[in-house]
Design a protein around this ligand. Structure first.
Ligand SMILES: Nc1ncnc2c1ncn2[C@@H]1O[C@H](COP(=O)(O)OP(=O)(O)OP(=O)(O)O)[C@@H](O)[C@H]1O
Ligand SMILES: [Mg+2]
Length: 358
């Protein structure tokens, strides 16, 4: 019998998206082909510690954190649990959202351990997480995105008025790093700007102030490495005034339209820009790129890029691939193949100083 690849699915984490992560992990664990993979879920708890394997499996199934781990004490003594110590796992599938999960921190840890892992590397993850850096890159590459300014905590007050003076109302104010619309506000009247900034500064020391676009929201899934490919685009129809946290996770009023009912021209534009943004940001593996389609002009603008999209049964990333002819088990095979191929390529790079090479 051919030996199966050992896949560790890392889930949970410190962010508010912990529960989404668990449901995504459960979907992935359920869809991985057992004739090819030996699958082990491994949870990170709210305080950032790994849970033992048996508890991780139980938590995955029922969502309940075992009583003895509720508190600040580390769940395991070891910083690196045995399951991901060198030589034990063949590949890690990290599905932890938010800071320390998708911002390059966890990816750096896995690089350090020398284990292949699914999804974007350190650089791509860090760029995808940081909306200010991401948008500066887009601007430098001439990829259309809503106009924006970056405001630092130290620039509050009069200086902010100067910075945002050229942007038309309404404005969108958001923390540079966050997710799930946490800390995002729509500002229709400049007298509300300071409050919106205060809210954003609860989550980061930098905030973005953007021109609000009256737009439909489209999303596109990208998969690959050197030759990334884009899925058909989908549309999110928010149930609220904008696609906010409650809309995403509480009320279930938003709707997904797959494929997005748009012209061939718009669809091609979205797919082209999705691949351009993916390449620009050094992403490998996967990303979901989110767009605005301006109602009045049909202009397509890039909003953001997510290197760790949701993977629940109703999530856009896997749904778009399924509708593009790639069902979930095959998508997971491809992501794992890409992770192993990247590690192999990187291992071939030279790591010695020139003197030792002679
Ligand atoms: N410039 C803008 N113009 C119009 N609507 C906007 C703009 N920026 C944000 N929005 C609305 O706010 C929502 C959330 O903003 P955004 O996508 O930037 O952050 P996020 O959703 O928190 O990040 P993530 O998708 O990673 O969870 C968008 O889906 C959209 O409905
Ligand atoms: Mg978003």
């Amino acid at each position: 019998m051919v030996s199966r690849l050992k896949v560790v699915v890392l889930y949970g984490g410190r962010s508010v998206e912990r529960e989404v992560s668990r449901v995504s992990a459960r979907t992935i664990v359920g869809a991985l082909d057992r004739s090819k993979y030996e699958v082990l879920p491994l949870a990170v708890d709210e305080s950032g510690h790994f849970l033992p394997a048996a508890d991780s499996a139980r938590l995955l199934a029922d969502g309940r954190v075992p009583e003895r781990f509720r508190g600040a004490a580390p769940a395991t003594e070891a910083l690196v649990p045995i399951e991901i110590s060198p030589g034990r796992a063949d590949v890690v599938f990290p599905i932890i959202h938010g800071s320390t999960g998708e911002d390059g921190t966890l990816q750096g840890f896995l690089e350090f351990l020398g284990i292949p892992y699914v999804g974007a590397g350190v650089t791509g993850s860090a760029i995808g997480m940081d909306k200010a850096v991401f948008k500066m890159l887009l601007r430098s590459a001439g990829i259309p995105t809503p106009r924006f300014v970056v405001v630092r905590l130290s620039e509050r007050g009069a200086r902010v008025r100067e910075l945002v003076a050229e942007l038309p109302l309404p404005l969108f104010v958001k923390p540079a790093t966050s997710g799930s619309s946490v800390g995002v506000s729509k500002v229709k009247d400049l007298s509300r700007l300071d409050d919106a900034l205060e809210e954003a500064f609860r989550y980061d020391e930098r905030a973005l102030v953007e021109e609000g676009i009256d737009a439909r929201e489209l999303e596109c899934s990208v998969l690959g490495d050197e030759e990334p490919r884009a899925s058909i685009p989908g549309e999110v129809v928010p149930g609220h005034e904008f696609y906010d946290y409650d809309d995403k996770y509480r009320d279930d009023k938003s709707r997904l339209l797959i494929p997005a009912p748009v012209s061939e021209k718009v669809s091609e534009e979205v797919r082209r820009l999705a691949v351009d943004a993916f390449r620009l940001c050094e992403i490998s593996g996967m990303a979901r790129v989110d767009f605005f389609l301006e109602r009045a002009t049909d202009r397509v603008l890039v909003n953001e890029l997510n290197t760790l999209p949701g993977f629940t049964a109703i999530s856009m990333y896997p749904k778009l691939w399924e509708a593009s002819g790639l069902p979930l088990p095959a998508l997971l095979d491809e992501l794992i193949r890409l992770a192993l191929a990247r590690k192999e390529r990187r291992d071939r790079l030279v790591h010695k100083p020139p003197a030792e090479l002679a």
